[in-house]
Design a protein around this ligand. Structure first.
Ligand SMILES: [Zn+2]
Length: 483
């Protein structure tokens, strides 16, 4: 049924200078959709990035404000008249003029660069301009940050912020495809900026070479529309979640471990947050990090690319987001599963009666201080790699106990006796408590546990090789590979 939409003066420059238009429409939303489909530039004046009617735009049907009818679902009848009333301070001509200056456009180069987006009706010029105006913050430029940074930059997200304080390590290259071999030793942000700017010189990059903390998080996150969580540790993950909820920002979450990944979109007004899913972090040491547990090289590429896809959909206001849904991916069986997530009414941060109303100490909350849980090495007797070498050369009778796993022993070893930490309790009888024992692992952490266990079992002459096989390689024998 035909209805008439009255265009207010300030918005007429974006509606072909017409005073009114007529459409067939059954609801207000329908009419506004038709209007903004025909006059694409109007859309950003009327709707927010996520498709909600801007708070300073009032819409009337005949003489009634739709907020007191059925809002955007208000049904329309033949001959109804819709009036759009934006609250614009100052003179309407001036407002229109300044707004006209602010309307972004695409250059000839950008039109060519994004042509495969522009020819899709789901993106089009309107969508590409949304991407150009969008501001996205990536927390972490590691495994997940690589596909995120590359794809968001390539797709034309106008402003991308990067937060990281690490340098590129040789062991990163197996999965962090934003970096090249020549970048090893450089700050990740410098290398990422160079790579992303080379990929797309049209975009703006902001870099924050700092650890995200409770003190700086709100300030860093505030200017961005969407936050993407590419972190690898629990304190930062809870910090990002809480800061996003407090600021009302969407949080595109992804996590990876060995060959499994998770993705969801948190922090939208009607959707759950990370704490609705996991109110409490696991105790320290229960879930190993990628550095301890390993990660299959392609996995962060898959999970990060899904996060990038959700970010683009969020910015475009298209499709069905992973809101209220937790996507689980298992690379070994090549299966995706989906769990329904509900907004927890008891959630301490996004629930109706939150107990977390400002950022807290997240390392304390996660039960750790500093980056990793303190190793128990301080309490057990240790031997320095050089001292061990000297004693072996003197011909001292030392029993070298290697408490790593068999697949690690294959990478490198010190000709020790292989007895994995997990098997120590039931195989302890294989060890001779009258001999001096030096236990070692990769870094000295597991062997410290082994030494502690043996001491409690009554072994008196047992030492931990300080720094493990990594320190041995650094200080004694560089031909032993590090991993
Ligand atoms: Zn919540």
């Amino acid at each position: 049924m035909p209805v008439k939409v009255i265009i207010p003066t300030p918005l007429r420059p974006y509606a072909g200078r017409r005073e009114s238009v007529e459409f067939e429409a059954s609801t207000v939303r329908d009419a506004l959709d038709r209007l903004t489909t025909e006059y694409g530039e109007l859309r950003r004046h009327l709707f927010t990035e996520d498709g909600r009617l801007r708070s300073f735009v009032n819409v009337y049907v005949n003489d009634e404000d739709i907020r007191y009818l059925q809002k955007e679902n208000t049904p329309l009848q033949e001959g109804d008249q819709i009036t759009i009333v934006p609250s614009i301070a100052g003179g309407s001509d001036g407002a229109a003029a300044s707004a006209a200056v602010a309307v972004p456009t695409l250059s000839k180069e950008e039109i060519l660069r994004y042509s495969r987006h522009l020819i899709m009706p789901e993106v089009g010029l309107e969508g590409q301009l949304k991407l150009k105006q969008a501001r996205v913050l990536l927390i972490g430029t590691g495994g997940l940050g690589a596909p995120l940074g590359l794809y968001l930059a390539a797709a034309g997200v106008g402003r991308i912020g990067l937060v990281d304080f690490d340098t590129v390590d040789f062991t990163n290259l197996q999965r962090q495809v934003m970096f090249s071999t020549a970048d090893v030793g450089r700050p990740k942000l410098a290398a990422a900026r160079e790579r992303l700017q080379a990929l797309n010189p049209e975009i703006q990059l902001d870099t924050f070479e700092t650890r995200l903390t409770s003190e700086n998080a709100l300030e860093i996150l505030r200017p961005y529309d969407v936050v993407v969580d590419g972190t690898d540790n629990f304190p930062t993950r809870y910090l990002v979640n809480d800061a996003c909820v407090l600021l009302g920002k969407p949080n595109v979450y992804g996590s990876i471990f060995r060959f499994e990944g998770q993705v969801s979109v948190f922090g939208l007004p009607d959707g759950p947050c990370y704490r609705c899913l996991y109110p409490e972090p696991p105790p320290p040491g229960l879930v190993p990090s990628c550095a301890e547990g390993g990660v299959l090289g392609v996995l962060p590429g898959i999970i990060g690319a899904i996060q990038a896809m959700e970010t683009i959909k969020l910015l475009l206001g298209r499709g069905k987001l992973l809101v209220g849904r937790l996507l689980l991916f298992d690379a070994l069986t090549m299966r995706f599963r989906e769990l329904r997530l509900r907004k927890n009414p008891e959630c301490p941060v996004c629930g109706p009666h939150p107990t977390v109303t400002r950022l807290i100490d997240y390392e304390e909350f996660c039960g750790i201080r500093g980056e990793e849980a303190p190793a128990p090495t301080a309490t057990v007797p240790e031997i320095e790699p050089r001292e061990l070498k000297a004693r072996l050369e003197r011909g001292d009778d030392l029993f070298i106990l290697d408490v790593r796993e068999p697949h690690e022993y294959q990478i490198c070893n010190l000709n020790g006796y292989l007895l994995p930490l997990g098997e120590l309790p039931r195989r302890i009888h294989e060890l001779d408590s009258s001999r001096e024992i030096v236990a070692h692992c990769r870094s000295g952490k597991r062997s410290a546990e082994a030494v502690e266990f043996l001491r409690q079992a009554g072994f008196r002459k047992v030492w931990n090789l300080k720094g493990g096989i990594l320190a041995w390689s650094d200080q004694v024998d560089p031909s032993v590979p590090k991993y």
